[in-house]
Write a protein that binds this ligand. Structure first.
Ligand code: FES
Ligand SMILES: [Fe+2]
Length: 463
């Protein structure tokens, strides 16, 4: 997605030293071997595509990538034990990555019989999805939004509370967002039927309150850290799954910017794009020649995580990057040979988080220099378009005011990278639309982990 390059760019901007790091001799490449690219080659069964086939494969069975040759053995469940330390030994290129590399085995092409089409898996409605920024909705006003084709009106009562209703009047089906907010209720623009925040029709002006029809559907709504969320699924699950905070966006020692863009692709392309740092080649004009190395991956029923380190293979940082790095470098020269980059990207269904650490002997408790939180809300019924809401938070350097000096560069970089990512994922969607199914040949184990999570946790899109 938009931020693929941003984290590295920003990490470079805010570290005290940049250093080329070589870890091990094994690299994970995103290149597709010829025999895999040949979609007419005989299908060779493996633990990947078959696990994601129709029927039971969508259930809570073995996770993709947990089979032989696909990674570090049993699936890890839960977050707490994911990684206790970020120091080099924990993430050195060890047997796990050997396994990752060896799992570059022939896979059944996705368009072959029984192959799984991830683009036909919808975002599961039993989670909270962002539909608007809090400051877009003033008291007494409405907003027309959608979740996967469902029209939803958001309105803010005079007292400040946000409500979400089906955006159609039960009478003549016209949009309720055209209506008038009356305290915590909304009155249809056409004949003035009045609905309360639970969607119940409480008054028909020309009939009174005696014979009232059924109302409209109401959705749980809440506001967290400046975003308005709606829960489109089973109401009984809403409270327990309410987001507590959105990345580090509220921390005073970070400077945060919003990410907000409509992207014409299935949300799964966004997940894959962020997760897969092997596409840094595409950002070469912004980033120079950067090589990402996968140094670990983990996954569970509803989450997947991948870790990278980076090195510059040739060329120099771009002018913008140099400006920022030079500014930040002034904060200290000591120990500059022992710094490294460490990036962790994690999908906790249905959101994503990316964090970057720099420095030496990095510990789990250490603040990342960069934190990105992302939500993808499907807009249309076929989920071929999503709106990305997110926060990008950068740890403020110790020099007072420096962050504000470099912020225009941060903004410029992130917008450029976002534009490149948006363009390419929309090409992916266009290819999918032209071909009519998912022909992807995924060879990178971390992405296969991720695809399994998205398949398991999502809900098939019904025509
Ligand atoms: S259409 Fe809404 S009140 Fe008639
Ligand atoms: Fe990217």
């Amino acid at each position: 997605m938009e931020l693929l390059g941003d984290p590295l760019r920003l990490a470079m901007a805010f570290r005290t030293e940049y250093r080329v790091i070589e870890i091990g001799s094994i690299r994970v490449h995103a290149c597709v071997p010829d025999h895999i690219n040949d979609r007419h080659a005989a299908s060779i069964p493996c633990g990947c595509s078959s696990l994601l086939g129709p029927g039971p494969a969508l259930g809570p069975g073995p996770a993709l990538g947990s089979g032989p040759g696909a990674g570090p053995g049993p699936v890890s469940l839960g977050d707490g034990k994911a990684l206790s330390c970020l120091s080099r030994p924990e993430f050195s290129q060890g047997p796990d990555v050997q396994d990752d590399s060896s799992s570059l085995i022939p896979m059944r092409p996705a368009n072959s019989p029984n192959a799984f089409d991830l683009r036909r898996v919808g975002s599961h409605p039993d989670y909270w999805y962002a539909l608007a920024w809090s400051d877009e909705l003033r008291p007494g006003k409405t907003l027309a939004r959608r979740f996967a084709g469902e029209p939803i009106v958001l309105y803010r009562g005079k007292g400040g509370r946000v409500f979400a209703l089906e955006d159609r009047c039960a009478h003549r089906q016209v949009p309720l967002h055209l209506g008038v907010v009356c305290d915590d209720q909304i009155k249809c623009h056409y004949h003035g039927w009045l609905y309360d925040g639970s969607g119940k029709c409480v008054e028909i002006p020309y009939l009174g309150k005696e014979r009232l029809p059924n109302g409209v559907r109401a959705y749980p709504a809440c506001e967290v850290d400046g975003l308005i969320f709606v829960f489109p699924g089973d109401v009984a699950l809403a409270e327990a799954r309410k987001p507590k905070s959105l990345g580090l966006s509220q921390r005073k020692d970070y400077k945060t910017r919003r990410l907000n863009r409509e992207v014409a692709c299935h949300y799964t392309f966004m997940h894959e794009n962020l997760f897969d740092m092997n596409h840094q080649f595409m950002h070469r004009k912004q980033m120079g020649s950067i090589k990402a190395r996968c140094i670990g991956r983990k996954h569970g029923d509803d989450w997947a995580q991948v870790e990278y380190t980076f090195s510059r293979t040739e060329g120099k940082p771009s002018m913008g990057e140099q400006v920022i790095v030079d500014l930040v470098r002034k904060r200290g020269e000591a120990g500059k040979k022992d710094f490294s980059d460490h990036m962790r990207i994690r999908t906790d269904y249905p959101t994503q988080n990316l964090r970057v650490w720099v420095g030496r002997d990095i510990q789990e408790t250490q603040d990342p220099v960069l934190d990105v939180w992302l939500n993808y809300t499907p807009l249309d019924a076929e989920q071929r378009t999503n709106r990305t809401y997110g926060y990008l938070s950068v740890k403020k350097p110790p020099i007072p005011g420096l962050i504000h000096v470099v912020w225009p560069f941060v903004t410029w970089f992130t917008e450029r990278i976002f534009a490149e990512d948006k363009e390419i994922v929309e090409f992916e969607q266009a290819a999918y639309d032209a071909q009519g199914s998912d022909w992807n040949n995924e060879v990178f184990p971390a992405i296969r982990d991720l695809r399994a999570v998205l398949a398991r946790c999502g809900k098939p899109i019904t025509p």
